[in-house]
Design a protein around this ligand. Structure first.
Ligand code: GCV
Length: 718
């Protein structure tokens, strides 16, 4: 009897330890059963079975996803079969191949669907998912399930959705040793050591999650690249990942280290005009395509921050890029070449260098080259004006590079809804072709008629059980996918969707989460870098404030280079009297920022060196305004916490706790940012923090003395 109880007890405790509560692993794909029986019945009227018309790995995925997703949502098995002539249920497939769909979809609708797009249309007893290709069917399937997850009606449904951007790609800054540069969610999800044999479930779930938001490419290695990935055994590992991604419509890409012909091929040079070098790359591309027939192509960081490149041989970025593009072209691969370039010797304002390097090359790149441009001219700062290149390269496809991981926006512990920032950038008018030339129109190709278009997001994914470390980091991954599909989607729409898919259907809670995400971006800018300040974080790991950083191997890695605080004032003069970086923008764009008194405050110190006592349009001096912004930002985090607390009853325990703990850290760190920065700038302004505002709790020396050598995400070779 005792033995029986012992076994019973052991089983019970083992069972308990393996039953997981809501831990975030399921992301926005939770597919909880629809509680409302009448609604379930209404859905079942059209979704009682699935006719998947056609074959192939991606259609098979679509069928399986529908079967599993609808089955759980509707609480009843929904079997998928090949089309058998029936008319009820979901009828999904590729137009032109299916008689059934051909009869149900009008020519006019069929004409409107483009590559990877889909039609979702409801009839009396059926629901059609029609596309021109298999990916379109898969995206349509996920869209349908999103509608159900959002409890939206299917009556009279008639949606045509086409992706506005062709390459929707995650960039992983993941190293082969599993460290992640600027990664705050643990180690890399790619376990290269165990590949190709061991295929972790996370690879499959990663692919599903991406497909569900329309992401169709993944660069799995760091732009600070390692030539080893081109060694045959590593290529086999990459091929194994490609096999996992393929059924989800995702292509794999690799970063190409420009010096690979030397490091791996034993050649004496990597000169892009050298015939042997060109042949080496051609052979390497052929070898890759033999293993991975749908390989996407290469992403390259060249002549930047120590990475090798064509400039070492006196060749231009176009010559370097074109050599690699030529190797990929016969296989249909693309080359993504980064514009994040600044020279070691260049005394020029860093914000101007990429423009100077690339604009003269406009029109010189091969057709399969995209230039990948960060959203702003410096480096993913909390807020930057848009990169001047977006208004200046009409003949070269420019792809957007956003950072999803929060290197400069609170890393792994701050809640900051990045869709707000992405939207602000995408909606900015470049005036490249007169008013209405938004960055979104440049990126989606409508402004200049680019043939290929793309958007890249530096991933925030790691081995953390909830994928992103901070649970709300999932919202940034989700938002990136949704905006890459449609750069015009309002941030609030995305946040609302994510809140409901991820947490609850309670309208009050959804509204609160949407509000938290929407306001958090401005909040973070205020407590870190208000009024156009930038790059004033601690050196190396970029964790926490470091406006005093002045000694680094290069001046443009220091904070003092960017804020230029002196007894007179604060800010970087980028007008005619300073570096004149403003000149790189179109005249209409420039006009908004040239005059210190008219410049929008959010970019005031980006473009101007403003005297401390200068009275701004608010009636306050620069110093007072600065103090106010820092204080408002820190206070807002307190309000974020209160908002989260107000919806406690609607959130499951485990995830509620995770977010609460991170909000505590954020509040502490926001105050740290505020007090450290104001203590530092006060030494220049020689003015007091206005009475009525909380004074810093410590001396400037104390803030300067804080050191965090093991802050995560640091670049291994700094
Ligand atoms: C991948 C910044 C980051 C680096 C990053 C670089 C880049 O400098 O701090 O970690 O390197 O941008 O985008 O290449």
């Amino acid at each position: 009897m005792i033995r029986f109880f012992l076994i019973f007890f052991l089983l019970l405790s083992f069972g308990n330890s393996t039953i997981r509560a809501e831990d975030g692993y399921r992301l926005w794909l939770r597919y909880e059963k629809i509680e409302n029986a009448a609604l379930r019945q209404a859905y079942l009227g059209r979704l009682s079975q699935i006719f998947m018309d056609g074959e192939g790995p991606i259609l098979k995925t679509a069928a399986e996803e529908l079967e599993a997703g609808l089955g759980t949502l509707l609480g009843k098995p929904i079997p998928a079969t090949r089309v058998s002539g029936g008319t009820g249920g979901v009828i999904a497939g590729i137009l032109g191949r299916s008689d059934v769909l051909g009869r149900l979809v009008s020519d006019e609708d069929a004409r409107k669907i483009t590559a990877e797009g889909f039609l979702l249309m409801s009839g009396p007893e059926h629901l059609i998912i029609a596309a021109k290709d298999a990916r379109g069917v898969l995206y349509g399937a996920f869209h349908l399930m999103r509608l159900l997850q959002l409890r939206l009606p299917l009556d009279g449904l008639h949606i045509i959705e086409n992706p506005k951007v062709k390459l929707r790609v995650l960039n992983h800054w993941d190293n082969l040793d599993r460290t992640v540069e600027r990664g705050y969610a643990g180690f890399s999800i790619w376990n290269w050591h165990e590949l190709p044999e061991y295929i972790g479930q996370q690879y499959i779930d990663y692919a599903r999650a991406n497909a569900s938001i329309g992401i169709n490419g993944a660069v799995v290695t760091n732009v600070n690249a390692n030539a080893l990935v081109f060694r045959p055994d590593y290529l086999e590992k990459a091929a194994a990942l490609a096999d996992v991604f393929r059924p989800y419509g995702i292509r794999i890409y690799l970063t190409a280290r420009f010096s690979s012909p030397i490091e791996l091929g034993g050649l004496p040079t990597a000169d892009p005009l050298d015939p042997q070098v060109r042949q080496w790359w051609k052979n390497k591309a052929d070898e890759i395509y033999r293993l991975i027939p749908d390989f996407g192509g290469f992403l390259v960081k060249a002549n930047s921050e120590g990475q090798p490149g064509p400039r070492e041989y006196g060749r231009s970025h176009a010559e370097g890029a074109n050599m690699l593009a030529d190797a990929l072209a016969p296989h249909g691969g693309v080359l993504m070449w980064r514009a994040f370039v600044y020279s070691e010797e260049e005394p020029e304002d860093r914000a101007k260098q990429a423009y100077n390097e690339f604009v003269p090359l406009d029109g010189q790149f091969r057709e399969n080259v995209l230039i990948q441009v960060k959203n702003g001219p410096i480096d993913f700062q909390p807020r930057e004006p848009v990169h001047p290149l977006f208004g200046a390269m009409p003949q070269t496809p420019l792809m957007m590079e956003f950072q999803i991981t929060k290197e400069y926006l609170g890393q792994g512990t701050h809640l900051v809804g990045l869709a707000k920032m992405y939207g602000e950038v995408l909606q900015t008018d470049t005036y490249a072709r007169g008013k209405g030339s938004s960055v979104a129109k440049v990126v989606d190709g409508t402004l200049h008629g680019y043939q290929i278009t793309g958007m890249a997001g530096v991933a925030n994914i790691g081995t953390a059980r909830n994928w992103t470390g901070h649970l709300f980091g999932q919202a940034d991954w989700y938002a990136f996918g949704r905006l890459a599909w449609n750069p015009y989607l309002p941030a609030e729409t995305i946040f609302k969707e994510w809140a409901e898919l991820t947490f609850t259907h309670n309208p009050e809670a959804v509204a609160t989460i949407t509000d938290m995400l929407s306001s958090s971006y401005e909040t973070c800018v205020n407590y870190m870098t208000p009024l156009g300040l930038h790059h004033i974080m601690a050196a190396g790991h970029h964790y926490g404030p470091g406006p005093w950083v002045s000694k680094m191997p290069r001046a443009d890695w220091t904070s003092v280079y960017y804020h230029r605080a002196d007894e007179e004032g604060l800010g970087f003069d980028r007008t005619e009297t300073g570096s004149n970086a403003l000149e790189q923008y179109t005249p209409d764009f420039r006009r908004q920022y040239a005059d210190m008194d008219k410049c929008p405050h959010k970019f005031l110190l980006w473009f101007h060196h403003v005297p401390w006592g200068h009275v701004l349009s608010t009636g306050r001096t620069l110093w007072e305004e600065l103090c106010l912004h820092y204080h408002q930002g820190a206070a807002e985090v307190g309000r974020l916490k209160k908002k989260w607390e107000s919806i406690k009853e609607f959130i499951d325990k485990e995830r509620y706790r995770q977010v609460s703990m991170h909000l505590e850290i954020q509040e502490k760190e926001a105050r740290w940012w505020r007090d450290a920065c104001l203590s530092y700038f006060r030494a220049f302004s020689e003015m007091e923090i206005p009475s009525g505002l909380e004074q810093p709790g410590h001396t400037l020396e104390y803030y300067r003395s804080l050191a965090y050598p093991y802050a995560p995400g640091i670049r291994p070779r700094w």
